[in-house]
Design a protein. Structure first.
Length: 163
């Protein structure tokens, strides 16, 4: 479900010669913006039980994943080549143990010239990776799935919510 550019509209991350470049956002207004992303780590029943019982051998896997989400969001422009470094004002990570694994939701907020969707997505993904690192001795077959933007608020295009 990617948005195709409108006919006749240039791709914003390509220059006149077709080379990738960072988009100039200096003329855009600074506005409050937020984005929420989610994902799931599918786990075996023994791994889910260990998370619920607090018996993961490496320690508090959910706390580690929450901190990893915040760190991941803060490092997004170091990982995504054309992503702008922005001032993050808040990163909230929520992890819920469910029967099939762990549901992750991360919301990133800023007041800047560009959105925070990539920060929210990176937060979810890094939280998922940290969680897998914590439980891999119990479940080496863990799977990260369904990482996606759920909503974005603010900026020129306003609000968007996943249908």
């Amino acid at each position: 479900m990617t948005a195709d550019p409108q006919p006749g509209q240039p791709l914003t991350h390509l220059d006149e010669a077709g080379h990738a470049h960072m988009v100039d956002v200096s003329a855009k207004d600074v506005t409050a913006r937020s984005a929420t992303a989610s994902g799931i780590v599918l786990l075996s029943a023994p791994a889910v039980a260990a998370l619920r019982e607090g018996t993961v051998p490496k320690g508090d896997a959910l706390a580690v994943a929450r901190i990893a989400a915040i760190q991941g969001a803060k490092r997004t422009p170091d990982l995504i080549p054309l992503c702008h470094p922005i001032g993050l004002h808040s990163v909230k990570a929520e992890l819920e143990v469910v029967d099939r694994g762990v549901q992750i939701s991360c919301t990133a907020k800023t007041a800047d010239r560009t959105g925070v969707e990539m920060e929210a997505l990176t937060a979810v993904t890094v939280a998922a990776l940290a969680l897998i690192d914590m439980v891999k001795a119990i479940d080496p077959a863990a799977v990260i799935t369904d990482v996606r933007v759920e909503e974005k608020l603010g900026g020129k295009t306003g609000s968007w919510h996943r249908p």
